[in-house]
Design a protein around this ligand. Sequence first.
Ligand code: PLP
Length: 451
Amino acid sequence: SMISNHLPTAELQALDAAHHMHPFTCNSELSQKGARVITRAKGVTLTDSDGHEILDAMAGLWCVNVGYGRDELADVAARQMRELPYYNTFFQTTHVPAIALAQKIAELAPGDLNNVFFAGSGSEANDTNIRMVRHYWAMKNKPSKSIIISRHNAYHGSSVGSGSLGGMSGMHAQGGMPIPDIHHINQPDWWADGGELSPKEFGLQRAQELEKAILDLGEDRVAAFIAEPVQGAGGVIVAPDSYWPEIQRICDKYEILLIADEVICGFGRTGQWFGSETLGIRPDIMTIAKGLSSGYAPIGGSIVSDEVASIISKGEFNHGYTYSGHPVAAAVALENLRILEDENIITHVKDVVAPYLAEKWQALVGHPLVGEAKIVGLMGSIALTPNKETRAPFEAEVGTVGYICRERCFANNLVMRHVGDRMIIAPPLVISTDEIDTLIARARTSLDECH
Ligand code: PLP
């Protein structure tokens, strides 16, 4: 029989468990309780197969920036599929969606970030970056500059290359990561690691770990430093103000290429087009994906400075993906950028909903379980703790309370994620103040239920 939304939930769940291997999931555990079946969505609201309406405070996986149910994007995709569903950009051909999107991204990106190399995802784009920065230094007659410095707990994707670049120890433990010549320094998580230091002192100290690593490894061996402007999947870790200026100084001093992974922060999430603008960073390369198409089509890429692009362009760069610049994905992304611009969605974030949410989010610190609340634009986190004074973690296994809290949220029709004992949010940028009230009310109810 046909599998459709009309089947009973239990039947869909059984079929799902029989054949579908979910990413980042213990599938044996999930098959016992059954995955929640999402059937449709509109704005910030998901509907499941039992008719529940769920507020999606994660915008899917931090990507549905313009919200769900945009007919304009569906129309553009259908039109482009009819006109030119696919053509590659490898062998001296191009097409209008790729031309127009690259031009538009170059216009939006700051400084001399004027060149775009397309990929199908953020993981692929970061794989591009690994090869691009190493090739850049080889082309400049410095082939020994091959080490890329990243941060523990960073998330840069799940392919072997991008997963190595990332600093998730649980990923490294499975399947032969990291690849050679990737080095990780500590993340600037004051709540977890700051001890007696002030946030300012701690931020400087963590930034100076980069300088120490460069000197230890050898200036002539380091190609690049990569970081998310605000660490996302690591728990929405917002660095102290002192951190980024020091990182920028160090990259400038030692001629280390700076890669800003904007896969989450890009396209309005922080209240400006790019997180680098909000955090005051001048990267040589940006990684983009997610909000570029609001998740309506898979697309990512690297935005590259004129200097780096001019060197790479001197010869053939032996790299690319079948779906680099995919015409349907590119057309959807272009229309998505038009929506972000024409509806002034980033101004809505900066002037209306980010300040509104920030006040209510920070007030969660009054809750007995919540130690600190951090928020930049529309990405936020709270740290759960049994002791706000010592900032101690729970005695039970780290993540247990976060997991319970996430389950309570889900039961209360709110999607929030947990990273260890931090709860995180990144709602669609089109969220209204009323919807923020609902989000906060459901979050409070869920917190009450788990302490
Ligand atoms: N970089 C960052 C900062 C991300 O958050 C992600 C995904 O969550 C990626 C890269 C990988 O992107 P993708 O899942 O599209 O490969």
